[in-house]
Structure formats: structure tokens, C-alpha cells
Design a protein around this ligand. Structure first.
Ligand code: LMR
Length: 328
């Protein structure tokens, strides 16, 4: 390297553009679907990119492709198994084709808050879930948090009856479909990148998501408002193909895993703040947020919680019990 080349590499890796990888470096394409700013996943992926590119320069190089610019989540895992992309962090609802264990996280009202989710994921049963798909060629490197989900629609929602007869975009999860059907909503699975347009043109009436996604995708601009239901969790698993991971030189794999663990711990610890800032940013931009009183909230719980029964066999009663114990 000349001094100029080193300076160029440093300025590129410090900026928001994808780093230019050098010859001989292991290139790690990291594809995701959200924005990078004020977003838990966007911030974590960029931090991982920056740290690998600073600390492993010459050995490995991460290029983050945010905003579905490389793949939508429904294409990502197949592309990863083909070796076309090396890392991603889809939400846990997007692994349906590979495992049913993550259905636990989609059950409505099963986790009280993100701290409970964190505690469960760090338990033995939670940590084992990272290896639930190795037979299918995928390995989880860590859970990244986003936040609790809220409901939004083109009309005010205070009780579940208010949503009856509406069409809601959902992630491709059987649990979420059942949850919507339980309140008389017609669930429409759709890629994240298509939701804004579908809400704007009235193809769907509403959707459920976290504050950072409602803010980052500007859903609040094309909805009457959002209702703070906190009815479920949206979390991610950072995933790689076992073939690719096992093919890495051991020192590279170890260093990547260490950086991943540190980024995961740092960003998960900061997630409540990112969530709160996105909520506030919606209000500052003129978005409407409705809070529920205890009675209204109870109506959502009793309408949606019965779907647990359908999925006990997939998720294991012991895991539901463990989640409940942590909530207390
Ligand atoms: C969604 O599809 O709504 C989310 O999974 C998007 C994301 O990655 O947060």
C-alpha cells in the first residue's frame, strides 16, 4: 500500500458508501432491507462493516447493501445457499421455510418487552435456536433486536373490532397470519419494499411493524395513525451459510465472530433508545400515535392470544413457559 491508497481506503470505510474491497480480501456481502439511519439493524450492520473493514483490513471486507438494493428477504436465503451473498439479518418471521422454532417470537403477547426477548435468547434454549437450521445449511451468528410491533391503519384502531374487515400487509409467517385472522383482518404477505406503495394506493389498509420501520419507511405518512399495541416482537437473526462459514480460515472466522458478538452486545444494549427516538421522530413529523388504556389493551390480548394453541407443537410448551416466567 502507498500512503495515498491507505488514506483512500480509510476515507471510504469511514463514509456511508460501500467499502471498496481490495484484491485478496475475503468479500462479505451483507444484504438487508431497512434504511441505515435511526434503525437498529441499519446501524448494527454499518457498525459491523466499519469494524471489520478497519480491524481486518487486508484479510476481509464487508459491503453492506441496505434498503433491499440487493435482495428482498424472500430471495436472500436462497441466494445465500447459492453463495451469491454471505450475510443477512432477516426478521425471525422470514425463516418459515427453514425452521418452525422461531414461531415462538411471532406469538402475540408472548414476550412483555425486548428485555424479556433478550433474556430468553441468551438462555440455553434460546441460544440453541441459532443452530436450528444447520441441517438446512444456515447458521445463526447472533440475534439482533428491533423492537415491539405496533398496528397502523387507514382509520383509528382502539379495539380489535376496529380492524375487522381490513386488509393488512404481513410478513410471511403463519403465526402472524393466524393472529390477523383472529381479529377479522385479511392478511396479505408482501415484501417489505412494497409496503409503502401498497398502503399509499390502498392495496392494503394497514400493517404491523416497529417504530423504526414505521418511521424509516414513512408508513405513518400514508396511514391515519399508529396504535401502541406492543403486541409482538420483531427481531432478527444474523445468518450465514454453513458451507461458507466453514470454508473460512480459522483465524478469520474467529475474528469475525468476535466482532459480531461485540457489535451485537453493543447495539442490542442501545436498542431501546433507537426505538424511542424513532417513535419521537414520527410525532415530530406530524404522525399520529394512539395509546391504549388497560381495558382496550385487554381486548387485544383476549382476541389474539388464543392463536397460541395452534402453534404449541411447533414452538414447544416449555419455551412458552420459559418466556412467561421471564416476563414476571
Ligand atoms: C418486515 O418485513 O416488515 C421487516 O421484517 C423488515 C425488517 O427487516 O425489519
Amino acid at each position: 500500500f502507498t500512503a495515498a491508497a491507505v488514506a483512500l481506503t480509510m476515507s471510504v470505510s469511514a463514509g456511508a458508501v460501500a467499502a471498496a474491497c481490495d484484491d485478496g480480501e475475503i468479500v462479505i456481502k451483507f444484504s438487508h432491507v431497512t434504511n441505515t439511519d435511526k434503525h437498529p439493524k441499519g446501524i448494527a450492520a454499518s457498525l459491523f462493516e466499519q469494524r471489520v473493514n478497519d480491524e481486518m483490513n487486508g484479510k476481509a471486507c464487508v459491503e453492506v447493501f441496505p434498503n433491499s438494493t440487493l435482495y428482498d428477504d424472500d430471495k436472500l436465503l436462497e441466494a445465500m445457499l447459492q453463495g451469491d451473498v454471505q450475510m443477512g439479518a432477516p426478521s425471525l418471521s422470514k425463516f418459515e421455510q427453514f425452521t418452525k422454532v422461531f414461531r415462538l417470537f411471532d406469538l402475540p403477547f408472548v414476550f412483555k418487552n425486548i428485555e424479556s426477548v433478550d433474556e430468553f435468547q441468551n438462555s440455553e434454549a434460546g441460544a440453541a435456536m441459532k443452530e436450528s437450521m444447520t441441517r438446512r445449511g444456515l447458521l445463526g451468528l447472533g440475534f439482533w433486536h428491533n423492537g415491539m410491533k405496533q398496528m397502523s391503519a387507514n382509520k383509528p384502531l382502539l379495539l380489535p373490532e376496529d380492524a375487522k374487515g381490513l386488509k393488512f400487509r404481513v410478513q410471511p409467517s403463519e403465526v402472524i397470519k393466524a393472529q390477523m385472522e383472529a381479529i377479522g383482518v385479511s392478511p396479505q404477505p408482501m415484501a417489505f419494499s412494497e409496503v409503502y406503495g401498497a398502503l399509499q394506493t390502498g392495496v392494503v389498509d394497514g400493517q404491523e411493524n416497529t417504530w423504526s420501520n414505521i418511521y424509516g419507511q414513512k408508513f405513518f405518512e400514508v396511514q391515519d395513525g399508529s396504535t401502541e399495541t406492543n403486541h409482538g416482537v420483531l427481531d432478527y437473526m444474523v445468518v450465514v451459510s454453513t458451507d461458507w462459514w466453514d470454508s473460512l480460515p480459522e483465524d478469520v472466522r474467529t475474528q469475525l465472530a468476535t466482532i459480531m458478538d461485540e457489535v451485537t452486545a453493543e447495539r442490542n444494549a442501545a436498542v431501546a433508545q433507537v426505538d424511542a427516538e424513532a417513535r419521537q421522530a414520527i410525532l415530530d413529523a406530524g404522525g399520529v400515535i394512539r395509546e391504549l388504556n388497560a381495558e382496550q389493551r385487554e381486548a387485544w390480548v383476549s382476541a389474539m392470544k388464543p392463536v397460541w394453541e395452534e402453534f404449541v407443537a411447533d414452538v414447544g410448551q416449555e419455551n412458552i413457559d420459559a418466556a412467561q416466567a421471564i416476563n414476571e
